[in-house]
Design a protein. Structure first.
Length: 92
């Protein structure tokens, strides 16, 4: 599922390796128990937090706008308009 989703979802693609590792961890917890009273693996708190963070990004992805919103400045060519040094300074 992660492989297929990564083709369509940029967030899943960015965290594809982590999601595969989390899937392996989940499978170890659920399927590799030799005794119901014995857990073969438990996720660290930091792992749980990362899973929550990825979930949040998938459910509420960052929007292009306003993340990359910038003020657009327009200059006109001609003697009565902005000088080249002023334009260069603003571009810098």
């Amino acid at each position: 599922m992660v492989k297929e989703s990564s083709k369509k979802n940029a967030v899943v693609k960015r965290y594809e390796n982590d999601l595969r590792e989390f899937a392996d961890l989940r499978n170890a917890i659920v399927h590799n128990s030799t005794n119901p009273a014995f857990t073969i693996a438990e996720p660290h708190d930091s792992t749980v937090e990362k899973i929550k963070m990825i979930e949040e990004e998938i459910i509420h992805p960052r929007k292009v706008f306003p993340t990359f919103q910038k003020e657009v400045v327009i200059f006109q060519a001609g003697p009565s308009h902005a000088s080249l040094p002023k334009v260069a300074a603003l571009m810098h």
